[in-house]
Design a protein around this ligand. Structure first.
Ligand SMILES: *Cc1c(COP(=O)(O)O)cnc(C)c1O
Length: 389
């Protein structure tokens, strides 16, 4: 059976160029980049090259504002904890109700440690307003953390306005740009960002790689202490092969991102339009005017999302009901709930996320099987049938 992958917001396949770039560092180029001899110099050069590619992708002024981490989760943890720790463990954080768990769970832990947090609510399209963020800022606010693009519904947040507000107030602005990177233009200088989280595996790089951008002059404590690598801010011998591969993924995202985003958005629009045409009672979740190119989150009223996902999987099509980490748990999506969507829409929601490797033929195949699958699943769940009049 030909399988079709439409879950790129959960993770992406590594591009062949990325695998090739990585290969030598899994073999003959094994030196510790902190060693003075030639083995070390060779891998040090490779790491610094990757750093420059990461910096270029996000418009960072200096390569040494990039700190390699183990991924998006670590970067989010470090940004928030590092700033609060530098502020002697006290203060107030402004974030949103629709952040990734890496931010939300960290904020909740910090709350238990005495930090206060305001969670700004989005509108029904999953967008927060910059004014609401401004209103939430207090004299003791240390950092504002608002994601660039949402992983579940794809809504792009008004980061430039929020960045300007933070700049005015002299407050640090952190953004989780894991989903936005390589899909929309991300420029930390233009957006007024002080800290930015990124991960390799959402941009066709390897899992377990990521970085945190830290603007020069930002007061940030280390999160992982030890041998003092990464300018004494993130210790541990560097994941050389992973970093090199992520650097290549960043380079490709920079050069090919704008064009591939256009192609992917066109495919996504076709998928969405045709589903809405051929399947009754479908609602589009998210802000179609401000949305990541590959994401379509649809509410199939009266159907059970999880059941539909399993049916599509039997046909070889991989989609998601929301954040990957919450799949398998019966809890409804915190993002859709924060958007105040009715229960029946939340339960019947599926996320299609397109990316590298998808083609129009994939959409054709989905459209062949989806209408019937939705019909069957709706019959199975009569108690969820739309009661709307
Ligand atoms: C995937 C994701 C993360 C977590 O990144 P990992 O590298 O998997 O730890 C964080 N934030 C967002 C928005 C994500 O989509």
């Amino acid at each position: 059976m030909k399988t079709i992958y439409m879950d790129h917001n959960a993770t992406t396949p590594m591009r062949p160029e990325v695998v090739s770039a990585m290969q030598p560092y899994l073999g003959e180029k094994f030196g510790n980049p902190n060693s003075i001899h030639r083995y070390g110099r060779e891998t040090r050069i490779a790491i610094e090259n990757a750093r420059d590619n990461a910096a270029a992708l996000i418009g960072a002024a200096e390569g040494d504002e990039i700190f390699f981490t183990s991924g998006g989760t670590e970067s989010d943890n470090w940004a928030l904890r590092g700033v609060i720790s530098a502020a002697r463990g006290r203060g107030h954080i402004v974030t949103t109700a629709i952040e990734h768990e890496a931010v939300l769970a960290t904020c909740q832990t910090l709350e238990a440690e005495g930090v206060e947090v305001t969670y700004v609510k989005p509108n029904r399209q999953g967008r927060v307003s910059a004014e609401d963020v401004a209103t939430a800022i207090r004299p003791d606010t240390k950092i504002v953390s608002v994601m660039w693009g949402n992983n579940e519904v794809g809504t792009v947040q008004p980061v430039h306005e929020i960045g300007a507000i933070c700049r005015e107030h002299g407050i640090l602005f952190h953004t989780d740009a894991v989903q936005a990177l390589g899909k929309v233009e991300v420029d930390v200088e233009r957006a007024g960002v002080s800290l930015l989280s990124a991960t390799g595996h959402k941009i066709n790089g390897p899992k377990g790689t990521g970085f945190l951008y830290v603007k020069k002059g930002t007061e940030l404590d280390p999160f992982i202490t030890g041998g003092g690598q990464e300018q004494k801010l993130r210790s541990g011998t560097e994941n050389v092969a992973g970093i090199v591969a992520m650097g290549e993924a960043c380079r490709l995202a920079k050069t090919e991102g704008p064009q591939s985003a256009k192609n992917i958005a066109a495919m996504r629009d076709r998928l969405e339009n045709e589903i809405c045409e051929h399947v009754p009672d479908v609602l589009v979740n998210g802000d179609t005017a401000h949305r990541l190119p590959g994401t379509s989150n649809l509410g199939f009223i009266g159907a059970e999302g999880e059941t539909l996902l399993i049916r599509l999987d039997l046909e070889g099509i991989a989609v998601s009901t929301g954040a990957a980490c919450s799949s398998g748990s019966p809890e409804p999506s915190h993002v859709l709930l924060a958007m105040d969507l009715p229960q029946e829409t939340v339960q019947g929601s599926l996320r299609f996320s397109l990316g590298y490797g998808n083609s129009d033929a994939d959409i054709d195949r989905l459209l062949e099987v989806l209408p019937e699958a939705v019909g069957k699943v709706r019959e199975m769940a009569p108690r969820l049938k739309s009661t709307k009049t």
